[in-house]
Design a protein around this ligand. Structure first.
Ligand code: F1P
Length: 584
């Protein structure tokens, strides 16, 4: 949901900001722009479209100057056009602002700013005018703090002013980190955008306001001046490159043999402590959005089957309907790759109000969610830059399995099984498998609908498979629990309808469902350890019971990827979507 980046240092800002814009493009790719201070003037260039297209028109690197800010937009207020693209300027053109988040009171603020002329339909533009208004009496830094303290909603904001050699920054509810090198400061929604320059970072807290010139000062709107530690990031610059793969999505799918091993490298003591708390809890809720919710759903089957324990999987956006069940003894497991998903954070805060215990499963170590949680299990999957979750989804399911086995007192057995997945995933992502699935993708390319069936643990896998296909290839894909087929969906099946069927070991019921669709003319694609006569196409996956969901989703991730590529789509940046959904 929008990416912002800022730089102040000895180098030409535009080159650094352009690189940053490209690396943050996964957060939003409707529009982009940058503003740089050049000899006491603000030079601002922006437009609608992808960064590279806009760059061809405006030539970002031609801008001189060492202090600048930039923005990738994922539209929330106002349509996608050149005017609504950030940065936004005040009336004088001396103040430039970029913003990620939502200013909930922008309409009231706009009304109070009499005499100001607004050019865009965005909520963000109001910040530039608020600073301008405050600068009637105050210097830029103080005016910025005063303006920020009037904002309601969520924000990560960067601002520059033509005559002030500094970058001002603030965050509440939206991510913002500061990169610190020996002679420069970087600001960004996400670390990869400056990792080539520095691995030293300051994680800002909500209500922090930063003034960066030659030095940095951090002021918290609630606590006054504060000092925040400088941490070192473990990610290597190479992890953020495509490693010879055409797209991040494929690279991240192939990485899964490794990421699954990294996910389960947890301190046994921590896993056992969480398992004990889960056993003792009165009411456990698993919450997440999108793929992370599918991991919750898979988790609920694993907890039931392996640990014989009931848990409630709930979409984070629906969680408020359940909060009256919460008590001090309740436990929440919040699953989120980014740890910044607005609905997940809201659900967690509601649970904290009831003093429930929060455990999170997160990929981003320094996220808002880890800060809000009592304990966290980190996925350790490394940066996931394709908008679609692939490696983080399987890591989430692996962690759910690990907890379920631990609760059942079968930690060693569970770990042994999880460790063995490495080789199976390696084979499932081999070039040979990718080529075979490309051939299948060619067969499915012009389909309008693809249906997916699964039962038990394979039902959430079916939901996840349908999500992967639709979000990246734009083919309508819909999943059903096998048992629901005759309650309606069977009416959709006609001659040639492609139906993907996930089959677990010895599940005769799902084979009966496959027969039902086959009888009505469906083209049946079986994902199974064994080939059944009714399959028109067989995707062979290793025999695995509880851990089948981790293995069986992988070929469909590849199939979805191949469909997108064959259709000429960018699998890393599906239309209308963004990697981290920081607005509700
Ligand atoms: C949840 C999610 C992802 C999806 C996309 C949008 O994110 O729905 O599953 O792939 O990136 O957001 P998160 O809470 O797991 O970060």
């Amino acid at each position: 949901m929008c990416g912002i980046i800022g730089y102040i240092g000895p180098e030409r800002a535009s080159g650094i900001l352009l690189k940053g814009l490209k690396s943050l493009e996964y957060r939003g790719y409707d529009s982009a722009g940058m503003a740089v201070i050049d000899s006491g003037r603000i030079i601002c260039k922006k437009g609608a479209g992808k960064v590279e297209e806009i760059n061809k028109k405006v030539d970002f690197p031609s801008i001189e100057g060492n202090i600048g800010i930039a923005h990738n937009r994922w539209a929330t207020h106002g349509k996608v056009n050149d005017v609504n693209a950030h940065p936004h300027l005040d009336c004088s053109g001396n103040i430039a602002v970029v913003h990620n988040g939502i200013i909930e009171n922008f309409e009231e603020l706009k009304k109070e700013l009499k005499g100001h002329s607004f050019k865009s339909e965005t909520d963000s533009e109001v910040i530039a005018h608020l600073i301008e208004e405050e600068m009637k009496d105050l210097p830029f830094d103080k005016a910025f703090i005063k303006a920020i303290s009037k904002l309601k909603g969520s924000y990560a904001v960067l601002a520059i002013e033509a005559k002030s050699n500094k970058v001002m920054a603030a965050r509440k509810g939206s991510p913002l980190v500061v990169g610190v090198s020996s002679d420069a400061f970087f600001f960004s929604s996400d670390i990869p955008s400056f990792i080539d320059w520095t691995k030293k970072v300051i994680y800002l807290h909500d209500y922090d306001v930063v003034e960066a010139g030659k030095e940095i000062k951090i002021y918290n709107l609630k606590d006054g001046f504060v000092s925040r530690p400088i941490d070192s990031v473990e990610w290597k610059a190479e992890q953020i490159k495509k490693d010879g793969f055409e797209h991040y999505m494929l690279k991240e799918i192939v990485e899964q043999s490794d990421t699954i091993r990294r996910a389960i490298q947890q301190k046994r003591e921590l896993v056992e402590r969480i398992a004990k708390q889960l056993k003792e809890a009165r009411g456990v809720f698993l919450i997440g959005c999108g793929s992370s919710y599918h991991a919750c759903l898979t988790g609920s089957y694993l907890f039931s089957k392996v640990a014989k324990m009931h848990v409630n999987p709930v979409l984070a956006s629906e969680f408020k309907n359940y909060k009256h069940f919460l008590k001090k003894e309740s436990m929440i497991i919040a699953i989120s790759q980014s740890g910044e998903t607005a609905d997940v954070l809201e659900a967690v805060r509601a649970a904290k109000e009831k003093q429930s215990k929060i455990i999170s499963i997160v990929n981003r170590a320094a996220s808002s969610l880890t800060r809000e949680s009592h304990e966290s299990l980190l996925m350790n999957a490394g940066p996931e830059l394709s908008v679609l979750s692939t490696k983080t989804y399987t890591s989430q399911v692996a962690l759910m399995a690990m907890l379920a086995y631990t609760i059942a007192g079968r930690y060693d057995e569970g770990m042994a099984k999880l460790k063995k997945l490495y080789m199976d995933i390696y084979n499932l992502t081999s070039r040979n498998m990718r080529d075979r699935l490309r051939a299948l993708a060619k067969r499915l390319l012009n389909e309008e609908h693809i249906y997916v069936l699964g039962r038990s643990l394979q039902y959430p896998t079916a939901l996840e498979a349908a999500l992967k296909i639709k979000e990246v290839s734009y083919i309508h894909a819909e999943a059903f629990a096998g048992g629901e087929l005759k309650h309606g969906p069977l009416a959709l099946i006609k001659k040639g309808s492609p139906v993907i069927v996930f089959v677990s070991k010895d599940d005769k019921d799902i084979i009966a469902n496959a027969n039902e669709v086959k009888t009505r003319g469906a083209y049946v694609i079986g994902v199974s350890h064994k080939n059944y006569d009714i399959f028109d196409y067989w995707i062979k996956t290793p025999e695995s019971e509880e851990l089948g969901p981790i293995l069986q989703i992988i070929p469909i991730q590849i199939l979805a990827y191949q469909l997108a590529v064959l259709k000429g789509l960018d699998p890393d940046r599906p239309r209308n979507l963004a990697k981290s959904v920081t607005v509700k």
